[in-house]
Design a protein around this ligand. Structure first.
Ligand code: NAP
Ligand code: ZN
Ligand code: ZN
Length: 349
């Protein structure tokens, strides 16, 4: 067993606090990673506070992990000690169902094994995430990370990056498309970067007036304040796609009205309470709503390689581990620019 230091929540009302546990020994197919940085996703907060139900405690969150390989099992050929490696939102899946076979492990028919707040397939022990000093993961669920980019900026690509890259690729966003990105947080800022990089004309739809200048710096061509009624009216029937990253309850109809004929709202944000789907806004212009969950292993590697080739990283505020509870409070106030990333050196001291 490998003694590991971490931060965990003991229950849905408790702040995160120091916690020690053991990782499994490195198996023949495993990669042991010394965690350098871990991004802070709004999903961490939803699950730590049990906003989606079914949370497993104690919980060590964190699924945007980048670190250095320190040991590999005897069957591992793709990684060696000293390599940079990444772990995203899941660490296993059944491998045999049609979705796993197609590289869409996130949609595994038998349920993927989440990096935290999940149960290991064989032992049924809880999985613990990246707010910790190290992790042991099967090589097939470990990603290669280029040393061309700043590693703290790469960490959020493992969730915020792939969650926005995957659906934008799936619907074929590119030149000639008008794309609205709703919500400028961790996911939203990556959505803007990818949509602009794919050649689309991007409008940031934000509830925060203070984010206008940043939105443009991130690559948005336009900015619209969602509380500005005239502005919103002027964007009626305007977009081909809206990437909806909002984490709090909100009304879909306001934003569906901004879609042109056959336009699509891509839902990636997961508010704790469901939003009603308004029939009129859908039928009037043959609009649709689709959802998307992170991305499979092959596409996550493709996204990481795309980012290395195009010099794309997340804009981050690096924090020490003990700051995490304050970081959560700031996240709830939409005060993140644009991803908190934990420097795990602060936990190893
Ligand atoms: P985040 O950094 O907190 O950003 C969310 C943004 O939503 C905020 O910055 C804010 O942007 C906007 N917002 C928040 N409350 C709002 C409200 N009441 N009305 C309108 N806009 C509001 O969160 P994140 O990490 O990007 O995650 C966003 C959501 O995606 C979360 O629900 C998370 O669980 C989910 N998620 C889903 C997947 C997936 O696979 N589908 C993966 C990761 C995360 P403005 O200030 O610009 O308005
Ligand atoms: Zn996430
Ligand atoms: Zn499967």
């Amino acid at each position: 067993m490998i003694a590991t230091k971490a931060y965990a929540a003991q229950n849905a009302a408790a702040p995160l606090a120091p916690f020690n546990f053991d990782r499994r020994d490195v198996g023949v197919n495993d990669v042991q990673i010394d965690i350098l940085y871990c991004g802070v996703c709004h999903s961490d907060l939803h699950q730590v506070r049990d906003e989606w139900g079914g949370s497993i405690f104690p919980m060590v969150p964190g699924h945007e992990i980048v670190g250095r390989v320190i040991k590999v099992g005897s069957n591992v050929k793709r990684f060696a000690a000293g390599d940079l490696a990444g772990i995203g939102c899941f660490v296993d899946s059944c491998r045999t169902c049609p979705n796993c076979q197609a590289g869409l492990q996130q949609y595994c028919d038998n349920g993927m094994t989440a990096t935290y707040n999940g149960l290991e397939r064989v032992t049924k022990k809880p999985t613990y995430g990246g707010y910790s000093t190290q992790i042991v993961v099967d090589q097939d669920y470990t990603l290669k990370v280029s040393n061309k980019l700043s590693i703290e900026g790469v960490a959020p690509l493992l969730c915020a990056g792939i969650t926005t890259y995957s659906p934008l690729r799936h619907v074929g966003v590119g030149k000639g498309h008008k794309v609205g990105v709703l919500g400028l947080g961790g996911l939203g800022h990556m959505g803007v970067k990818f949509a602009a990089s794919f050649g689309a004309e991007v409008t940031m739809l934000s509830s925060s007036p203070s984010k206008e200048a940043d939105a443009k710096k991130l690559g948005a061509h336009h900015f619209a304040l969602t509380s500005d009624k005239n502005k919103m009216k002027s964007l009626t029937n305007h977009f081909d796609f809206i990437l909806n990253t909002v984490s709090a309850p909100h009304d879909y109809s306001t934003y569906l009205n901004l879609l042109n004929t056959s336009g699509t709202m891509i839902v990636v944000g997961v508010p704790p309470t469901p939003s009603a789907v308004p029939a009129f806004e859908l039928i009037m212009r043959r609009r649709s709503i689709i959802g998307s969950l992170i991305g499979g292993i092959p596409e996550t590697q493709e996204m990481l390689d795309y980012c290395a080739d195009h010099n794309i990283v997340s804009d981050v505020e690096v924090i020490d581990m003990p700051y995490i509870n304050e970081a959560y409070e700031r996240m709830l106030k939409n005060d993140v620019k644009y991803r908190f990333v934990i420097d795990l050196a602060s936990l190893k001291k």
